[in-house]
Design a protein around this ligand. Structure first.
Ligand SMILES: Nc1ncnc2c1ncn2[C@@H]1O[C@H](COP(=O)(O)OP(=O)(O)OP(=O)(O)O)[C@@H](O)[C@H]1O
Length: 581
């Protein structure tokens, strides 16, 4: 699986860097050939120019040596530039792929997602893949090429000395491959630890104010320290394995030097080798061993990267359960957003039915309310409509077309959900209001802001609409956040608009004022209001009362009062609560 994912990764990376990779590969081969040519210059300098006192030849060879060196270094700068470009390009491509894919996943995935793990993939795994280096694959090919040619030169020069070197090299290969396995195992453990720590830190930092208020710092610290201790232990283990592997490699490599000077020196003494040949042999040995060692070290890097690439693909391969239906129907200009739930049944995972054979209608130009005790399934209705989950049975019909037959992105653009938990960005008020909706005119913006009651607030701020509201809108009150969220939805101008406890942070009077003020924006829309406070929905055209995922009563406020059913008792309970408040 890991190898398959590595191949998939390389295929995508290569496809996006086709021409630049070919250029890099050609430069690498040229560099390698030049390097292979260098020991020959040394040999001629020693054995021909110096030995026979040929000054002209010596000067020419030294000039050649300098020129080749200059060329080699220039090519190496060009290569570095290409690699750096490729590396960043590949990393950006995969990050975008990941972020895009995440947006296509289902509510189920979002429910079970571990934020820290995903952040870890986006940051750490991407970094490891980046540091694998775009050059690695090419280097391996070129290293193999260079080592083979150097091997032939060495064999031609002194095959018996070469045999000794090959034996030592084989020993190095054997020990290093054992270390590679150990290192990659330890590395995998470390990556898991790092994911766990990211999860805890992410949970802590993003809720820091609530953590302090709920006095749960100690719980976090304990959890955090335990994980850090475990990671420290594994990290030391990894470093030790790494340095032992390096030291073993280095000790074994030193035997090669011993063999060259010992056995090579002996050969010079008995006349079967020249001094120039010994130096050239030593240089070729370097050219032979260095790529061999590179191949071994690359193996460790590749093993590390494989783990990271695997993680990247675990997210990328997460199946898209909610079909995007890209070729599906798009909402036309005459789209009304009349919705009917026909015998809809739905359950989260393997739990019992959260929505149980429900039939409901939400009509354009009307306000329909959903009420019922906590956990009866009201918000689930909104989530099904937004297709975060698909229904198990029955169908949701929008303007006579099944919801599943619409292009997902397009139908979602026509639905705005304002939830209790407002999503605000650490950005200006204006950017939080308009999001991507750049074409909004100033008068309309002012009108919407007045209706949701933030116009005065904005004007009272020195930077007005350009005031930064802090992370998660921390500089605003709960009510102000909800007002911005409602304003944002109105500016979106979707045909279907769902208020899910959207005014829960506001007092009764502010809530009534907002609802009255925004009425004109809701005139030709399908409006669904989910509320606990029944005063919010008493003017709704239709009210559905839900219990355990079933509709148990329906009608307008007056009809439901006459029914003297659950709605009536909920109303009585709330009147009592207000009276005793
Ligand atoms: N993502 C989820 N995964 C599993 N179960 C869920 C999920 N979301 C909600 N539930 C469960 O589904 C049931 C209905 O939840 P829902 O949020 O629709 O209720 P609600 O009527 O809107 O409640 P409230 O008024 O408290 O907001 C609850 O029992 C809840 O635990």
């Amino acid at each position: 699986m890991k190898n398959k994912n590595l191949a998939r990764f390389l295929k995508i990376a290569f496809k996006k860097n086709k021409y630049i990779s070919i250029i890099a590969f050609v430069i690498m081969i040229v560099t390698s050939i030049i390097e292979l040519f260098m020991p020959q210059i040394t040999k001629i300098i020693l054995d021909d120019a110096i030995k026979f006192g040929n000054i002209k030849l010596l000067v020419n060879l030294i000039l050649l040596y300098i020129t080749t060196n200059l060329l080699l270094n220039t090519l190496s700068i060009v290569l570095q530039y290409i690699y750096s470009k490729m590396k960043n390009r590949v990393s950006i491509i995969f990050k975008i792929k990941l972020i895009r894919h995440l947006a296509k996943l289902s509510g189920n995935y979002y429910t079970n997602i571990k934020t820290g793990n995903i952040l870890n993939i986006l940051e750490n795994d991407m970094y490891i893949v980046e540091s694998l280096g775009a050059d690695l694959l090419f280097s391996l090919i070129v290293d193999f090429f260079t080592a083979t040619i150097a091997f032939f030169f060495l064999m031609k020069m002194q095959y018996d000395l070469l045999i000794i070197i090959v034996i030592i090299q084989a020993l190095i290969l054997l020990t290093q491959s054992k270390f590679t396995k150990l290192i990659s195992l330890k590395n995998e453990k470390l990556r898991d630890d790092s994911g766990d720590i990211s999860n805890i830190s992410q949970e802590y930092i993003s809720n820091i104010m609530n953590v302090v208020i709920s006095k749960s710092n100690l719980k976090f610290f304990k959890q955090y320290l335990n994980k850090e201790r475990k990671m420290l232990k594994n990290s030391i283990g990894l470093d030790m394995a790494f340095s032992t592997s390096m030291a073993t490699g280095s000790i074994l490599s030193s035997f090669i030097t011993v063999a060259i000077y010992g056995y090579g020196g002996y050969k010079i003494i008995n006349g079967s080798m020249t001094f120039g040949e010994l130096i050239a042999f030593q240089q070729y040995t370097g050219i032979f061993i260095s790529p061999c060692m590179n191949i071994i070290r690359s193996n460790i890097k590749i093993e590390q990267a494989k783990t990271s690439i695997n993680r990247i693909f675990t997210v990328l391969d997460e199946p898209i359960i909610i079909d995007n239906n890209n070729n599906g129907i798009r909402c036309s200009d005459s789209f009304k957003g009349n919705i009917s739930f026909n015998n809809v049944t739905f359950s989260y995972e393997d739990k019992g039915n959260t929505i149980d054979n429900i039939n409901m209608k939400f009509e354009n130009g009307k306000i329909t309310a959903l009420v019922g005790s906590s956990g009866c399934g009201k918000s689930t209705i909104a989530k099904l409509l937004f297709r975060l989950w698909d229904v198990n049975s029955g169908d949701i019909i929008v303007d006579s077309v099944s919801l599943k037959d619409y292009n997902l992105k397009n139908i979602r653009e026509n639905i705005s959900i304002i939830t209790q938990d407002v999503l605000l960005f650490d950005d200006t008020i204006i950017n939080n209001l308009i999001l991507n909706n750049k074409g909004i005119n100033d008068d309309y913006l002012a009108k919407v802001c007045k209706s949701v009651g933030i116009y005065e607030l904005v004007n009272s701020l020195p930077n007005g609409f350009n005031t930064i509201i802090g992370e998660k809108g921390v500089k605003l009150s709960g009510g102000q956040k909800q007002r911005i969220s409602i304003g944002r939805a109105l500016l979106c101008d979707s045909k279907i608009i769902i208020f899910d406890e959207a005014t829960s942070a506001l007092d009764n009077i502010s809530q009534r004022d907002i609802l009255e003020n925004i009425n004109e924006f809701l005139e030709y829309k399908t409006v669904i209001v989910i509320a606990h406070r029944l005063s919010t929905i008493k003017d709704a055209d239709k009210i559905y009362v839900l219990e355990k995922g079933k509709v148990i009563e329906e009608g307008c406020h007056e009809q439901l009062i006459l029914n003297e059913g659950i709605y009536c008792s909920l109303l009585d309970e709330q009147s009592l609560e207000v009276a005793f408040a």
